[in-house]
Design a protein around this ligand. Structure first.
Ligand SMILES: Nc1ncnc2c1ncn2[C@@H]1O[C@H](COP(=O)(O)OP(=O)(O)OP(=O)(O)O)[C@@H](O)[C@H]1O
Ligand SMILES: [Mg+2]
Length: 269
């Protein structure tokens, strides 16, 4: 089965990109889908959320895209799955790459040798439209865009879609829109419902049926250095990301290899 590389991206900050990348990666791994989480944000929240401390990092994703280290040597194994870690040093990468040839394609080039080792590679992108995001989109086969159902959500969405279209035109013609995911949904507010309806009018077939509710366990898990499924397995947050993983598996036609845990049905249809 061919590896699928999916960028979790949005130009808008704080919409749940990292929470989605981390929780989806952990869920997929539990379901027997070999998943690599790539932290491609200098804030390095995904790295911390997988419990990886600075000491455990031999080489970070910055060293990898600057061709100082091979991606396989930088990967850290954790109880939740493999992660290609980032550090704050990634901030300087955009400048270090100025004037370099094919600088948009560095992450793509770096991940290519790993395709044989994983079924899915999830890239947690930084919230900007700069060279890092373009590298993330060039490395990907598809993009998953989280949408927080709040004021200005649609503006953020259209900027991200414009960037995708540009990348598709110039650099990565095969790039697909994997799906749109409603995050931090609060059914009690009118606004959440309004935004969701508006997005549905434009992108009906691309929206994941799974909706991620606002759930305090999701915001607590990072400070414990673990994905929500390990922090509070029975929380609404954990269960909604498990449901997303099942939908993701069907949408991408992934095949679970072996189940690590008998209770984690990966869904056969
Ligand atoms: N469904 C949720 N319920 C409650 N809190 C959430 C939920 N999803 C995310 N959060 C919290 O909201 C904040 C922003 O989420 P997150 O870091 O995932 O967004 P992001 O898009 O990656 O942000 P950035 O653009 O800075 O990278 C975090 O504190 C996170 O713990
Ligand atoms: Mg983030």
């Amino acid at each position: 089965m061919a590896c699928k590389i999916i960028a979790v991206a949005s130009q808008k900050g704080g919409v749940g990109k990292t929470t989605t990348a981390v929780s989806l990666a952990a869920a997929l791994n539990r379901m027997g889908i070999r998943t690599l989480l790539v932290d491609f944000d200098p804030q390095s929240n995904a790295t911390g959320n997988f419990g990886v401390s600075r000491r455990a990092i031999r080489a970070d994703v910055r060293a990898v895209i600057l061709r100082e280290a091979a991606a396989a040597d930088a990967v850290v194994k954790t109880p939740y799955g493999d992660v290609l870690p980032a550090t704050i040093d990634l901030v300087g990468a955009e400048i270090a790459l100025v004037g370099e040839e094919a600088r948009e394609l560095r992450l793509r080039e770096a991940l290519e040798p790993l395709r044989g080792d994983y079924d899915v590679i999830l890239i947690d992108c930084a919230p900007s439209l700069g060279l890092l995001m373009v590298n993330g989109l060039c490395a990907a086969d598809g993009v998953l865009i989280p949408i927080q159902c709040e004021y200005l959500a649609l503006e953020g969405l259209s900027l991200t879609i414009d960037t995708m279209r540009n990348v598709r035109k110039r650099l990565n013609p095969g790039l697909e829109l994997t799906g749109l995911l409603f995050t931090m949904y609060d059914g009690r507010t009118n606004l959440s419902g309004q935004v969701a309806r508006e997005v549905k009018r434009h992108f009906a077939d691309k929206i994941f049926k799974t909706v991620i509710p606002r759930n305090v366990r999701l915001s607590e898990a990072p400070s414990h250095g673990m994905p929500v499924q390990y922090y509070d397995r029975s929380s609404k947050g954990a269960r909604s990301y498990d449901e997303l993983a099942q939908e993701f598996i069907l949408r991408l036609r992934l095949m679970p290899r072996a189940r690590q845990n008998g209770k984690d049905g990966a869904g056969n249809g």
